[in-house]
Ligand binder design. Structure first.
Ligand code: NAP
Length: 315
């Protein structure tokens, strides 16, 4: 069995990733900073590179699920690079994603390989299908709710601090930091969701992953207003949400659309991350080194492999 280290293995998402690896015939090697929560696992701290090197001994790849990634992404990715094995994380923090994408490596380093960041990158890349450039990419998230985990809330806080409370969007070919309020509008999702109020320019990791490798002028994410309000009033994560990710790409007056549906944005991040590791370890890649999902994988083929947990259609 191929051993894969899961850093942050006892977190909400880490547990899904451990289960997914085992179901797919990998040996999941749990790791994290708290030995009390890791019976039989490998304790390692991001402040102690030697402990990370020991945790990585003999494994074939690492999936980092420990967020906020502002603290964990670079130390764990650097340890993977030292060990010469692929690194994948589920970070949805724009600043941490940028840090990771700024590394240089011969081995694969793939940040944001999860629901936010990775999935929309695969969808937009598949929708572009042969186009070399686009004017606009729109990524609309229709969530039936959003009960975030403590890790998500902490990541959001850290990200806002890192950008001095500003919001960020991708417009005119660059990231732009702004002080004004998020625009509100309506997005017409495919049925049965239909028209819904959304917050536009809701900063998602997609504004980093997509323009990293696709020539696009504007990348805009939208999130259903109900989900934004639930996120703001968050308590315990009690229920899994249904999701629709509606991606529209436009170039020179032409439009293409692709839609993904499923349930539980945390649980589906596990098949995304594990499918990535499987492909990295079996050489099913387009590029080497540091890259995002749509850049490194055959997007349409990757999306097909996610069925039935993520069902993709082109309406
Ligand atoms: N891109 C996406 O769509 C997506 C999907 C799922 C999750 N995520 C992100 O993944 C992260 C984890 O989410 P979660 O739902 O699993 O949250 P969670 O249940 O709160 O778990 C967070 C985990 O991270 C660990 N951790 C935090 N800071 C650490 C540090 N400095 N060193 C070592 N371990 C640390 C925690 O360990 P302790 O208990 O020891 O603190 C815990 O195991 C969040 O940042 C979340 O936003 C993103």
């Amino acid at each position: 069995m191929t051993p894969v280290l899961v850093y942050g293995a006892y977190g909400h998402t880490g547990r899904f990733v451990v289960d997914e690896l085992r179901e797919r015939g990998f040996e999941a090697v749990p790791s994290g900073r708290n030995p009390a929560k890791l019976p039989g696992g490998r304790t390692a701290s991001v402040d102690d590179p030697a402990s990370l090197d020991r945790a990585l001994e003999g494994v074939a790849a690492v999936i980092n699920c420990a967020g906020p990634f502002a603290e964990t992404a670079l130390p764990v990715a650097r340890a993977a690079i030292r060990a010469g094995v692929p690194y994948v994380d589920v970070a949805a923090e724009i600043e941490a994603n940028l840090d990771t994408l700024g590394l240089t490596a011969d081995t694969a380093v793939v940040p944001a390989m999860a629901f936010f960041g990775g999935l929309a990158d695969l969808l937009a890349t598949a929708a572009m299908d042969g186009w070399t450039a686009a004017d606009e990419v729109h990524v609309a998230y229709g969530l039936s709710g959003w009960h975030p985990t403590p890790g998500t809330l902490a990541a959001g806080r850290v990200s806002r601090e890192r950008r001095d409370g500003k919001r960020v969007r991708y417009a005119g070919g660059r990231l732009e930091y702004r002080d004004d309020a998020l625009p509100r509008r309506e997005w017409v999702f495919p049925e049965p969701l239909g028209p819904r109020p959304v917050f536009g320019e809701f900063s998602m990791a997609d504004i980093v992953t997509i323009p990293r490798h696709l020539r696009v002028r504007d990348v805009t994410s939208y999130l259903t207003a109900d989900a934004v309000q639930e996120l703001a009033a968050a308590g315990e994560r009690e229920a899994a949400e249904e999701f629709v990710v509606d991606v529209v790409v436009r170039a020179g007056g032409e439009e293409r659309r692709i839609v993904a549906r499923g349930k539980d944005i945390y649980a589906v991040s596990a098949p995304l991350a594990v499918e990535a590791v499987d492909r990295l370890l079996t050489g099913r890649t387009k590029v080497q080194g540091v890259a995002t999902a749509g850049e490194v994988f055959d997007a349409a083929d990757f999306l097909r492999a996610l069925a039935p947990r993520i069902a993709v259609e082109r309406p």
